[in-house]
Design a protein around this ligand. Structure first.
Ligand SMILES: Cc1ncc(COP(=O)(O)O)c(C=O)c1O
Length: 382
C-alpha cells in the first residue's frame, strides 16, 4: 500500500543509524556497540525514586521540572563552572535526546545549518535532517581536536548553531579549552549559538580534564548545555536529562520541549536530584572501572593487525582507524558475521570512514572475548 511519508522522515529512515538500531542481534553476539553502562543504578538513587513513589509523587510534575531537580541542576552547574543560573533557565528532558530535538527545533528553520564536528554522535545529523535542516559536518583537525579555522570557513548566512559533544562520541577525545574558546568567540562574531552535549564529562581517563561550556561565563547569552544522567549515574533507562539555557531563552525552549514531551516522570526527577546532590563515590568507582576497561581494550586493539586505536581520553568508546581498503560498513558487517557488534565509523560522519567504534562500558571478560573475535576477523581481511 502506498502512503505518504513526510519527505524529511523518509530521507533519514534508511540511514546507517536507523539500520543499526533496528538490526536483530543473534543470540550470543558479543556486544561492543551499545552506549549503556553495565552497572546497576546506585542504590541511593533507586531509593529516592521508591521514596517518591511511596510519597505519592505519581502525577504530572510541574511543567519545567520538579523544583528539587531543577535546583539540584543549578547547584551542580554553579559548583562545577562558577556560573549562576536560576531554575527558570533549566528544564528537565527525556535524556539528552529530547533536549537535542528541542534545541534544533527552536533554532533551525528548514534549510538552516547546524555545524557539527565530524565524526560525532549520529543523532544530531539525524534530527537535523528530520526537521528539514542541514547538518554541516566539519572534520576534526589533528588528533581529532576542534579545527576552529575549518569551522569558521564553514559558517554561511544560513548557519544558526555550532554543536560540540565533549568528550566526543565516538572518538573519546576530550577537547582542549582553546578550541572551545575559539568557537565561543566565533559565535559572538557571527551571531550564533554554541551548544555543548556533555553526556560523558565525568568519565575521564587519568590525566584528562574536561572544560565545561558554561565556564565561559562572558558568553552566557550564546551558550546552551545539553546534559543527561544516563551515562554518569548508569541511568540510561530512567530517561532523565536537562537543558541549561540563557536566562531570556529558558521559557522559549521549554515551550518547544512541552510540545514534543509532557512533563518528565516525577519520581524519576526525585531520583535525579538524589543523584546530583548525593555522594559522588559511585561516579568515582565507575570512573575507575572505565579506566581499567579502556586500558584493556586499547591494549588488545593494539594487538590487532592493521588497527590503530586512539588513546582513550573520555567517555567509554574506543575509536580506531584500520588500514584495509574496505568501507567501515563492510568491516562492520564482517565483524557482525564473526559474532561481535561494533559501530561503523561512517555512521558518525564521512570522516568516520575507515574507522570503527568499540564500547568498553561492558565487563572485562566481554571486552576480551569481543576483541579476540576482532583480531580473528582482521586476520582474514588482509
Ligand atoms: C553524546 C551523546 N549524547 C546524548 C546521548 C543520548 O543520551 P540519552 O540516553 O540521555 O538520551 C548519547 C547516547 O549514546 C550520546 O552518546
Amino acid at each position: 500500500m502506498q502512503r505518504h511519508i513526510a519527505r524529511t522522515v523518509a530521507a533519514v529512515s534508511g540511514g546507517e543509524r536507523a539500520q543499526h538500531m533496528r538490526a536483530k542481534r543473534p543470540e550470543g553476539m558479543v556486544r561492543l556497540d551499545s552506549g549503556t553502562p553495565n552497572f546497576p543504578t546506585p542504590p541511593h538513587i533507586r531509593e529516592a525514586a521508591k521514596k517518591a513513589l511511596d510519597e505519592g509523587l505519581t502525577h504530572y510534575a510541574p511543567g519545567q521540572g520538579d523544583p528539587e531537580f531543577l535546583q539540584a541542576v543549578c547547584e551542580t552547574v554553579e559548583r562545577e563552572t562558577g556560573a549562576v543560573y536560576s531554575p527558570d533557565d533549566v528544564f528537565a528532558t527525556n535524556g539528552a535526546s529530547s533536549g537535542i530535538y528541542t534545541v534544533f527545533t527552536a533554532f533551525l528553520d528548514p534549510g538552516d545549518e547546524v555545524i557539527l564536528m565530524d565524526p560525532t554522535f549520529s543523532l544530531y545529523a539525524h534530527v537535523a535532517r528530520q526537521i528539514g535542516a542541514v547538518p554541516v559536518m566539519v572534520p576534526h583537525g589533528a588528533d581529532y581536536h576542534i579545527d576552529a579555522a575549518a569551522v569558521r570557513a564553514a559558517v554561511t548566512p544560513r548557519t544558526r548553531l555550532i554543536l560540540v559533544n565533549n568528550p566526543n562520541n565516538p572518538t573519546g577525545v576530550v577537547y582542549r579549552r582553546a578550541g572551545l574558546e575559539a568557537l565561543a568567540a566565533l559565535c559572538e562574531e557571527k551571531d550564533l549559538m554554541l551548544v555543548s552535549d556533555e553526556a560523558y564529562e565525568k568519565i575521564l581517563q587519568p590525566g584528562y580534564g574536561h572544560f565545561p561550556l558554561l565556564a565561559m561565563r562572558e558568553h552566557k547569552g550564546r551558550l546552551i548545555l545539553l546534559h543527561t544522567l544516563s551515562k554518569t549515574y548508569a541511568m540510561t533507562g530512567w530517561r532523565l536529562g536537562y537543558v541549561v539555557a540563557p536566562p531570556d531563552l529558558g521559557n522559549l525552549l521549554f515551550g518547544v520541549h512541552r510540545s514534543i514531551n509532557g512533563p518528565i516522570c516525577t519520581f524519576v526527577q526525585r531520583a535525579g536530584a538524589a543523584a546530583l546532590r548525593g555522594p559522588q563515590r559511585c561516579v568515582e568507582e565507575f570512573g575507575a572501572e572505565y579506566q581499567k576497561r579502556g586500558g584493556l581494550m586499547h591494549k588488545l586493539a593494539l594487538q590487532v593487525p592493521g588497527l590503530r586505536p586512539v588513546d582513550p581520553q573520555g567517555g567509554f568508546y574506543l575509536y580506531a582507524r584500520y588500514e584495509y581498503p574496505l568501507s567501515s560498513k563492510e568491516v562492520h558487517r564482517r565483524l557482525w558475521e564473526g559474532g561481535v557488534a561494533a559501530r561503523s565509523g561512517s555512521e558518525f560522519g564521512a570522516a568516520g570512514e575507515s574507522h570503527l567504534r568499540f564500547t568498553y562500558s561492558v565487563d572485562e571478560k566481554t571486552i576480551a572475548k569481543g576483541m579476540a573475535i576482532v583480531r580473528q576477523v582482521f586476520g582474514q581481511l588482509g
